[in-house]
Ligand binder design. Sequence first.
Ligand code: NAP
Length: 355
Amino acid sequence: MEKKRVAILGSSGMIGQRFAHMLHMHPYFEVTAYCASDRSEGKTLANLWKLFDIDMDEDLGKSKIQTTDPKALAKEGVEIVFSGLPSEVAGPLEDACADEGMAVFSNASSHRMDIDTPILVPEINPDHLASIEAQRLRRKKGGYIVTNANCSVTGLALGLKPIVDAFRFTEVYVTTYQALSGAGYPGVPSIDILSNVLPYIKNEEEKMSSEGKKVLGGFSNGRFGDSPISIEASCARVGTRDGHLEAVFIKDRSMPTAEKIAKAFSSFRGRPQELELPSAPIQPIIVREEPDRPQPILDCDAGMPERAKGMAISIGRIRVNNDRLRFLLLVHNTVRGGAGGSVLNAELAFREGLI
Ligand SMILES: NC(=O)c1ccc[n+]([C@@H]2O[C@H](COP(=O)([O-])OP(=O)(O)OC[C@H]3O[C@@H](n4cnc5c(N)ncnc54)[C@H](OP(=O)(O)O)[C@@H]3O)[C@@H](O)[C@H]2O)c1
């Protein structure tokens, strides 16, 4: 099979480097352009590597960064763009790539709430991919943008999907403990976070509510319909490196047993597992029985096979008390909640014949 030519935007950033790692030797895709701003132009990936947990492949490290020029990428035959751009610049650059006919898989928030753009989490809402048809019609060359959700939303929505379908709760309260890598590089000043917790992350709580409703909602007759679930979040930045921990609280008229809920989590599967997509974790939700798990340092990389490391979320401390349910979940913010989410989205689009 001839591999599709792809470009990474934001290659020098936290998400861009996860893309570089996950797309290296990918069975469907071949990275032919590593892009960033003119600040990084001409440097190699090895010069800029910031992922402490990944040994850089020698050949990958030699890849040179170029500036971000959508017209030039189209001329070079790039068909797919993975975007790890900050939202301040992503909007027009991603539009320009889609207008040049490329399929854009974005981590930025700029286009998430557009009326014809999906926030795709393939185990949850693979049917939302149909929304790109409207984009392909309005853009002259058939390109489109698919976004993935904010990193905390991705984890929460995956944790809610099995129980929402099976037990129909409508109100969710969540407190997050979010890792430093979630703020990009260099991110939060060290003096602000050392021996401290920051109880505010700009726009995060609002995103958890609005994006959660779209991800868990429906798509029919060419329109997205919000889920009736309300999500009330309190988001904090903590001094961990990777992995967002989320404490979830749900109250309803009646509550199934903790055992039933654990079974709904661990037996949950979706379209990526059905299609055996290369980056799909065999089991998307890992249930931990130990009283002190999940922990960011121990469970961030959950997911099998090797290519899907960090693509499963972990859930533990499932407690039911009469009509109340509590549990903790952990999502790798730059993998499942970031680059890996976009890679999985592109794999689904490819296998569905949309690239
Ligand atoms: N970190 C996470 O956990 C996470 C999770 C989900 C989604 N996201 C989203 O993913 C995006 C990237 O996040 P990040 O954490 O990787 O940020 P980051 O570490 O700050 O990286 C930003 C990247 O964008 C490039 N860039 C900045 N301005 C540019 C411009 N004008 N033209 C071209 N390239 C430009 C930077 O290149 P230079 O180095 O050359 O400046 C760098 O490669 C953001 O929209 C973020 O909200 C992040």
